[in-house]
Unconditional design. Structure first.
Length: 347
């Protein structure tokens, strides 16, 4: 019996990734039965394509949540970095090309992320309040001093890659294509997985989220680690913003902000604990795919976008509720063990 239980625990995964994978498969099967047009290669590629930007932003949010915080400014950083890059380097006066544009966006994202990191790590302010405030500040500065107009034509280096696909297939259901920029999303996911699982920096993030005071007492440089986390999140948001505008073939400073709910919901559904100390890249990938599958399914079913937001909100509440109940059960189990131990000592 114990061997079977061990196998089931391994299949479930440390953060319930196995359960989420089963749910994802059941949703896909159910939608394919309800609408045969859903189970086609063009639809699959469309879901993967729409998951690129959310996944990159979700990977950054995963780091923050594991460290015990919450970030709602990543979308504002993404659009700030990307739109500023397009506006300032629109004519590519220095001839830096696509690599130069991404480098500029990364520097901007790192700078904005460091603002969050400095305020949170140095003054120990609540992460939600800080990032909620900086979200408004970043967005206001962007619209007031950088620009607020819609840019229909991207710089040539960005426009050239906007129509480049990694895979193009013509099927009976239509033309299926997967954008080349799916590669950076895969690379970032693999890299972050290695960092979190194999490096001291990754273990420090988990330790800070598990118990901040204990991490500090054990010698972990909490202030520096938190600062680096938010700098990396800012850089990942900048990459997501650039990819979003390249794939959309335009730059709009009013977009992306407002998508925070979907991203946070995907990370929480992926098993990351809102209390910190737990989460995985695999779970986040599955969470992003689940959200995108549900949104795509509701779109094919003709459900209004307002109800799609409702569905994501319900999923987020369910995910948080399950975590809260699990945490409560763990605390009760630990208290019973302590009571029993005390009785044994007394006896």
């Amino acid at each position: 019996m114990s061997a079977q239980g061990s196998v089931l625990r391994r299949l479930r995964g440390p953060n319930n990734e196995g359960v989420l994978a089963i749910v994802l498969v059941l949703v896909i099967v159910g939608m394919s039965i309800a609408n045969p047009a859903f189970f086609t290669l063009p639809t699959a590629f469309s879901i993967l394509r729409s998951s690129i930007v959310p996944l990159i932003m979700a990977l950054g949010v995963l780091m923050v949540i594991i460290s015990g915080g919450i970030d709602v400014s990543f979308a504002a950083i993404a659009v700030f970095a990307a739109y500023t890059t397009v506006t300032v380097f629109g004519g590519d006066p220095l001839g830096l090309g696509l690599a130069g544009a991404f480098a500029a966006a990364l520097l901007i994202g790192a700078g904005l992320g460091s603002v969050n990191g400095f305020l949170i790590s140095r003054f120990r302010l609540p992460t939600l309040i800080v990032t909620l405030g900086t979200q408004g500040v970043f967005n206001g500065i962007l619209l007031a001093y950088v620009g607020s107009r819609y840019i229909a034509n991207l710089p040539e280096p960005m426009a050239a890659i906007s129509t480049t696909n990694l895979i193009e297939v013509t099927t009976s259901g239509g033309r299926a294509y997967l954008h080349l920029l799916v590669i950076p999303a895969i690379v970032l996911a693999l890299a972050l997985s290695v960092v979190l699982r194999r490096t001291m920096f990754g273990r420090s993030i988990y330790a800070i989220g598990g118990d901040l005071d204990a991490a500090r007492r054990s010698g972990i440089r909490v202030t520096r680690t938190q600062l680096v986390v938010y700098v990396i999140v800012g850089m990942m948001a900048a990459v997501a913003g650039m990819i979003y505008m390249i794939m959309g073939r335009s730059a709009n400073p009013h977009e992306l902000v407002g998508t925070e709910l979907d991203i946070i919901a995907a990370v929480v559904l992926g098993g990351a604990s809102i209390f910190g100390g737990r989460g995985s890249v695999l779970g986040t990938v599955l969470g992003v795919l689940l959200i995108q599958v549900i949104n795509n399914s509701l779109t094919l079913a003709g459900v209004p976008s307002a109800w799609q937001r409702t569905a994501v909100g319900v999923l987020l509440v369910i995910g948080v509720g399950v975590q809260a109940l699990a945490a409560r059960g763990t605390r009760k189990a630990r208290s019973r063990v302590k009571i029993n131990s005390g009785q044994e000592v007394t006896a």
